[in-house]
Design a protein around this ligand. Structure first.
Ligand code: ZN
Length: 134
């Protein structure tokens, strides 16, 4: 793995990699997510950097909305992965439970979801929100 100088900010998804070497590669179409968790992280990052096209591209066709709108008053600040099932290299489906932290007009808020992912033509896609695992 190449060592980057410290110029780039770390990826919004929380991994200690520059955005361009992490979720940025997925957003640019240079790579696809190998696991459901990687897709989850890249979709969180897509919210953080307003990558609507990537969100739509990685949304399962059965549940994909016609468009994604971003609230300009939201500032996504942190992603915590709480747990996961399946979603690996040899799996066809998986879940990732997470808490996304953001500020809306300066007020701290969280989004807690247990997301379901399935492979769609080989690539991971976001399906919907399952009931919380707890
Ligand atoms: Zn990332």
């Amino acid at each position: 793995m190449a060592t980057q100088s410290g110029s780039g900010a770390s990826c919004p998804c929380g991994l200690r990699l520059p955005y361009a070497a992490c979720c940025g590669r997925l957003h640019a179409g240079q790579a696809t997510a190998a696991t459901a968790e990687a897709l989850m992280r890249s979709r969180y990052s897509a919210f953080a950097v307003s990558e609507a096209a990537y969100l739509l591209r990685t949304w399962h066709r059965a549940t994909r909305p016609p468009q994604v709108r971003f609230d300009p008053d939201d500032r996504w600040s942190r992603l915590d992965i709480l747990g996961k099932t399946g979603g690996g290299l040899l799996d066809a489906e998986g879940t990732v439970e997470f808490t996304a932290h953001y500020r809306h007009r300066g007020v701290a808020r969280t989004l807690h979801e247990n997301s379901r992912f399935v492979r769609d033509a080989g690539d991971w896609a976001y399906l919907d929100a399952a009931p919380p695992a707890s």
